[in-house]
Design a protein around this ligand. Structure first.
Ligand code: ADP
Length: 632
């Protein structure tokens, strides 16, 4: 009996701990009462009343569960249902999830009672629902994530992959893929190299992923994240992948565009530099007139403005204010309607590199907008100073060439005369010579023949020197010489040429001795030429021959030099003839004997020595002084 009591007590305790109620359905009386715990609101409730506390959706099921025990179909049964614990009848029902297990008690083979144990599962169910809700939410996040996600078992087998991952990896169906399911994470590149099978770490990479079996070729940002439980046991491995092919292509495009832009910019810069160089080299500048802004702008290159004027000032930059083009500029919108070309002089207002007026050529093209309204004009202006100067030079050269041509013709005509005269004299006097007997007469004739031979020889020399000058530079051969002595000898050798008794031949030798280095042969040639001319053109008075050492300024420096002169009291030279006297073939009087070559040869010599040559004459019949100076 004691044992029985103990057993009963132990049972009660067990029922209490597990929170179970025990009820009894008395089938004879159709009533329900608590056997253990407090489940019912009264201790003797009719079964039908009991049904009203069951959730309408579960009521039929519950009734069937009871009926099947009642009629003996089931000996034991179980049922999940919702029970309203709000016994007050007011307000909202208080549903609890219940789990009941029941068993019929028989008397004479007929069920008389149903003994049921009840468990309140409300809390368990709520938790279940919460978990279900949560996992649904995670599932949705997982499935709808914008990056690819997949989970692998600790052994490396694919557990799940979300939609994006399935797209990235080209799964063979919407949900699964045989290839990826059979592929172990630890066996594929690059994870086989970087993941530790026993204890993988986090891994991140960005690379080109190629899976030929699934025609997959994408740039992926991949991250592997192993998930461990609190005991450090690997639960699963999450793999996320982001397809960055688009971004990469975009980035490459941007880079490519950047490079292209850089190239274009460089090309523009080069082009601009070339253009600027070209414009500078050709002394050109571009300009633009804007009627709206009332400006005339001059550019350096393509867009650097160097000078700017308003349109009123524009007219004033031209020298010839009466020119049609310049006058028209007072009404720019009329003047600029058509293309224009202007050649004229401009004040140096643009470059301001000099103060002189400059010749310019201006080209002007009108600029219209899409509606045909005149916006202004643009074009280039070009400094043509050099061109104009060259044109002038060309004009002068042409004139000179023409004159020189005429001179050459005259020269040729003269030559016949010049050569024939001495030859006639030589031939004539040679014939006379044989018939003469008197020694004095013979001497005189021989002297005449000799003089004419000299003349012929000099003529030939002049012609030869002149033609050699035509083809190249003159050779200068300075030698050490006592010039005072050489001068005395030269003077003596020239003496016989001054035969006119009315002309005195005077020597001016200031030095007893003068050792210098000079091309004494050429200097003698020049002096001889001076004297020959002086003899030719002087009928009375004197011819004075002299020299001295004289310093002159050369390239801003004082330089010692040899100065030689020949002064005569002869025909003199007019002011207008003086500048031409040293030109080739020039003769003041074409009818006087001579070739017009001598002085030009003298000038070629002094030029070659960087010296100078000149004539001083106060005019016709006033005598003249021919001089030369060469640096030593
Ligand atoms: P040419 O052989 O004709 O004398 P030059 O070149 O020596 O050639 O002289 C050129 C011209 O200069 C001469 O034709 C002459 O008209 C003038 N001339 C040269 N020397 C004198 C002088 N001393 N007095 C006057 N005229 C001179």
């Amino acid at each position: 009996m004691n044992i029985m009591f103990d057993e009963q007590q132990a049972m009660m305790m067990a029922l209490n701990i597990s929170g179970n109620h025990v009820m009894c359905f008395n089938l004879k009386e159709n009533r329900v009462y608590d056997l253990h715990g407090k489940a019912m609101f009264g201790n003797n409730v009719g079964i039908e009343v009991c049904y009203t506390y069951i959730h309408p959706d579960d009521r039929e099921r519950f009734r069937t569960f009871v009926e099947r025990l009642k009629d003996g179909t089931d000996k034991v049964g179980e049922c999940h249902y919702r029970w309203n614990y709000n016994y007050s009848g007011k307000g909202e029902p208080d549903w609890h999830d219940m789990y009941g297990r029941a068993m019929a008690e028989y008397e004479d083979g007929k069920p008389v009672n149903i003994i049921a144990t009840l468990t309140d599962e409300t809390e368990v169910k709520r938790k279940e629902r919460e978990v279900e809700e949560l996992s649904k939410r995670y599932r949705s996040i997982f499935e709808n994530s914008i990056i690819g996600m997949s989970f692998y078992s600790p052994e490396g087998w694919l557990l799940d992959a979300n939609r994006i991952m399935r797209q990235i990896c080209h799964f063979d169906s919407d949900t699964s893929d045989e290839f990826f399911s059979k592929m172990n994470l630890f066996d594929v590149m690059p994870f086989n190299e970087v993941l530790d099978r026993d204890h993988p770490d986090d891994y991140w990479a960005c690379s080109l992923s190629i899976v030929p079996e699934r025609e997959m070729r994408v740039y992926l940002e991949i991250s592997v994240h192993p998930i461990y439980d609190e005991n450090g046991k690997l639960m699963y491995i999450s793999v996320t992948a982001n397809d960055v092919t688009e971004e990469r292509n975009m980035y490459l495009n941007v880079m490519e565009n950047d490079a292209r832009m850089k190239k274009i910019n460089e090309a523009i810069k080069n082009y601009e530099a070339e253009l600027r160089y070209m414009l500078q080299a050709s002394k050109m500048q571009s300009w633009r007139i804007s009627l709206e802004r009332d400006t005339l702008e001059f550019y350096n290159g393509l867009n650097t403005v160097v000078r700017s004027f308003n349109l009123k000032q524009m007219q004033k930059i031209f020298v010839d204010q009466e020119h049609e083009f310049v006058k028209a500029l007072s009404n720019p919108s009329e003047a600029l309607k058509k293309p224009l070309v202007y050649v004229g002089q401009m004040y140096p207002v643009v470059t301001q590199s000099s103060t002189e007026k400059q010749w310019v050529q201006i080209n002007c093209i009108p600029e219209y907008d899409a509606h045909g309204t005149l916006l202004g004009a643009f074009g280039v202006w070009r400094n043509i100073n050099d061109l104009m100067r060259k044109q002038d030079q060309l004009r002068n050269e042409t004139k000179r060439a023409r004159e020189s041509g005429q001179m050459k013709t005259l020269f040729l005509a003269n030559m016949t005369h010049e050569i024939r005269t001495p030859i006639n004299a030589i031939v004539g006097f040679s014939e006379v010579l044989s018939s003469l007997t008197a020694e004095d007469e013979k001497k005189e004739i021989i002297q005449i023949i000799k003089n004419n031979c000299d003349m012929l020889l000099r003529l030939m020399n002049d012609i030869l020197t002149a033609s050699s000058l035509e083809s190249g530079q003159m050779d200068i051969k300075p030698v050490d010489v006592d010039f005072a002595k050489a001068f005395n000898e030269l003077f003596e050798s020239l003496k016989p040429r001054v035969q006119n008794p009315s002309v005195e031949f005077i020597k001016d030798n200031p030095y007893a001795t003068l050792p210098i280095k000079v091309d004494v042969e050429r200097v003698s040639q020049v002096i001889t030429n001076f004297v020959t001319n002086a003899v030719k053109y002087t009928n009375q008075g004197h011819i004075k021959l002299g020299y001295r050492i004289e310093a002159r300024t050369m390239n801003g420096k004082q330089h010692e030099g040899l100065y030689a002169y020949c002064e005569d009291t002869g025909a003199g030279i007019s002011a207008e003839a003086q500048p031409k006297i040293f030109e080739r073939f020039f003769k003041v009087n074409d009818f006087v004997q001579g070739t017009g070559l001598g002085l030009s040869i003298c000038k070629a010599f002094t030029d070659a020595c960087h010296g100078d040559i000149g004539v001083i004459s106060e005019g016709k019949e006033k005598g003249s002084v021919f001089w030369m100076w060469i640096p030593l």
